[in-house]
Ligand binder design. Structure first.
Ligand code: GCV
Length: 652
């Protein structure tokens, strides 16, 4: 793997363990074997030792496994000995990585027993991997890190060493499930379910030693396209039998298979609507096939009309998921998980939390975020998403009383991220985009973690013994808000180039069928989603948000244009007008990127030169792009509104 640069967990990150005498008081292979191999390798590198058996004399670190099973662990330190007791083998593995994270701090002062337990049962990454190179989308849809880690030229990679290294990275941040292919299932990937199941089994075998279960995206039309049946109607017995048999074969090949992911009746993917059936009937078909084997189906709620008429202002894409799915609450099987994007539109840098998440009390809901930065700089811009996800997870749909989004996902289907990894030497194209993947895993494990502290963990694990910590915080901590400043204002979203979604194009989607409009005219901008005069979307929220968002006065500034159409002179809570806010934030965003670039330049020499160079080049591009955003957005609104910048700066 000489062409691969380290992500988190270079050898140095294991120094604190590798210099210690470690007793592993647990038998067996599997995940315990993985722990043994990790510790032995660290000991070989740094001179420590690993003993297996009982009797802890002379050990600095004692690792053991309880009988209960599970992913939690207990950590303590007394009498010069640090002890990790996993609830089960998986708990021991996560406990080991926790000790790695702590570094020397794990071997310092005494610690009374601490319990660590994941908040979410399933912490999953989805790969939008096309296996083949798609003529428009490339090998990985919305992939900004090169090609696939799993396949080359449409065929399985013989050498899965890189997948094994990936599994290790994922386990170290707590991820325990992975879907290997795109939710848009084309002709080639469809076959992973049947005659190319061997490819999936090989990946599953590679992920298993790190506690990661493999999932597969499948096409709802598979009984027709693969099985030769005349119909995929979920209520037909022959269709049910087809799925049962196909699923049985999957479990014969992969006994710990996690389940299916399905995008149905969405952006051209087939689904139950073709047969006049509901999405609950569709999801339950697959859930029933999986149930005897303990699998789950992740059924995506991203269902909307992508052929709407831009002239029709009563149709609101933001409403679609709630309109489709709420009537079905309580009708999904227990092993059918409704996978809902965090916002009602599509992974914008700023959206309100999707009201659907709180509207399915009798359905298991998983929340989907996007580590691959489709609308947040495409892994060319630094945009640390930890703070965005932390806000989403901490959001209380019923206000400060009642549960949070994290609480709903925890009792439901967990958290899912679209992965940002590819075969790029730095894993994620932009080396700093790795932090998003790491933060995803950590926030799925514990959504209450402070995203700044999570970033600090990532820095410590990625650059151990090096000193760019302050510079990385300076560049990354506020990068999501910086990105927001120089792109679409006040929650209105999009304004990106149609198709590839990179760079500004204010009206790019304005007269298209995609339902992503800003409605700017000479007098004002924004989408009226109020109940009083707009699309009624605010009514999909419970109180207090239905009233907060309904009111122009109460609506938070950052979401104002998502919910309301207002004049350019409208006064924000910040004291600025909408138009002046647009000018000010866009100029500020560019200045912030320039400062990020300078700060990064100052640490040349204290990080790997190849990595430094890659980030420096990308910051050049980020500055160019931010300037372009600024110039286009400011010029557009100056021309539309005729209102000059109060500070007289140059607008084109
Ligand atoms: C996989 C957005 C993206 C699509 C993606 C889709 C989805 O529309 O642009 O590339 O398709 O979301 O989440 O299904």
């Amino acid at each position: 793997m000489t062409d691969v640069h380290a992500a988190w967990l270079p050898a140095e990150a294991f120094r604190s363990i590798g210099t210690r005498n470690v007793l592993l008081a647990a038998d067996g292979g599997g995940l315990v074997g993985t722990v043994a191999a990790e510790v032995a390798h660290a000991g070989d590198t740094f001179g420590g030792s690993l003993r297996r058996g009982t009797g802890g004399d002379g050990a600095d670190l004692v690792l053991s496994v309880g009988a209960a099973g599970g992913e939690g662990f207990e950590l303590s330190r007394a009498g010069g000995v640090t002890t990790v007791r996993g609830d089960g083998p998986a708990g021991l593995l996560y406990g080991l990585f926790h000790v790695v994270r702590l570094g020397e701090a794990a071997f310092g002062a005494d610690r009374s027993p601490e319990r660590h337990q994941p908040a979410m049962t399933r912490r999953m990454v989805d790969h939008w991997d096309n296996v083949d190179v798609h003529p428009v989308m490339g090998q990985v849809e919305r992939g900004y890190a090169g090609g696939s880690v799993f396949w080359r030229d449409g065929a399985a990679r013989g050498d899965l060493a890189r997948v094994r290294a990936y599994a290790r990275l994922l386990a170290a941040c707590g991820v325990n499930a992975l879907a290997v292919n795109n939710v848009n299932v084309h002709a080639t990937e469809a076959h992973l379910l049947t005659d190319r199941l061997g490819d999936v089994a090989a990946i599953a075998e590679t992920l298993r030693p790190y506690g990661i279960r493999t999932h597969l995206s499948v096409s709802f039309a598979a009984p027709v396209t693969l099985g030769g049946l005349p119909s995929a109607d979920p209520l037909l017995p022959e269709v049910r039998h087809w799925w049962e048999a196909a699923t049985r074969r999957v479990y014969d090949a992969i006994p710990d298979f996690g389940g299916y992911v399905v995008k149905a009746d969405s952006e051209g993917q087939p689904g139950p609507f073709a047969y006049g059936r509901t999405h609950a009937e569709g999801a339950n078909l697959l859930a029933d096939a999986l149930a005897p084997h303990g699998g789950v189906v992740h059924w995506r709620a991203f269902v909307y009309n992508h052929r709407q008429d831009w002239r029709d202002r009563s149709t609101d894409r933001a409403r679609a998921a709630h309109d489709h799915f709420v009537p079905l609450d309580g009708r999904f099987r227990d092993n059918a998980i409704l996978q809902v994007k965090y916002g009602p539109m599509d992974f914008q840098p700023r959206e309100p939390v999707s009201p659907l998440i709180a509207a399915m009390p009798s359905t298991r809901v998983a929340v989907e975020v996007q580590a691959t930065q489709e609308y947040t700089g495409q892994q060319r811009h630094v945009c640390y998403l930890g703070p965005l996800w932390s806000d989403v997870l901490g959001f209380g749909p019923w206000g400060t009383d009642g549960t949070t989004v994290a609480g709903i996902a925890a009792v439901g289907g967990g958290l899912v991220a679209v992965s940002n990894v590819g075969d790029d030497p730095f894993w994620t194209g932009h080396p700093l985009a790795q932090a998003n993947l790491y933060a995803f895993g950590r926030l799925a494990w514990d959504p209450r973690l402070d995203p700044g502290a999570v970033l600090d963990e990532w820095i410590g694990l990625t650059f151990p013994g090096q000193s760019p910590r302050d510079a990385l915080h300076a560049v990354m901590d506020g990068s999501w808000r910086t990105y927001e400043r120089y792109t679409a204002p006040l929650g209105v979203g999009f304004m990106v180039r149609p198709g590839h979604h990179y760079g500004p194009d204010v009206d790019g989607y304005e007269y298209t069928p995609w339902g992503t409009y800003h409605f700017a005219d000479r007098d004002g901008i924004g989408v009226d989603r109020s109940r009083a005069t707009g699309t009624g979307f605010t009514g999909q929220y419970p109180p207090p948000w239905r009233d907060v968002y309904e009111s122009v006065e109460l609506c938070p500034d950052e979401l104002l244009l998502f919910f309301h159409h207002v004049p350019y002179g409208h006064l924000l809570h910040s004291g600025s007008t909408v138009i002046q806010h647009i000018y000010d934030t866009h100029f500020a965003g560019v200045e912030e990127v320039a400062a990020m670039r300078e700060r990064w330049a100052s640490v040349a020499g204290s990080v790997d030169p190849a990595l430094h160079g890659r980030v420096a080049d990308l910051l050049d591009e980020q500055l160019r792009s931010a300037q372009e955003w600024c110039d286009q957005v400011n010029s557009y609104f100056h021309r539309k509104s005729g209102v000059p910048d109060a500070r007289g700066r140059h607008v084109y």
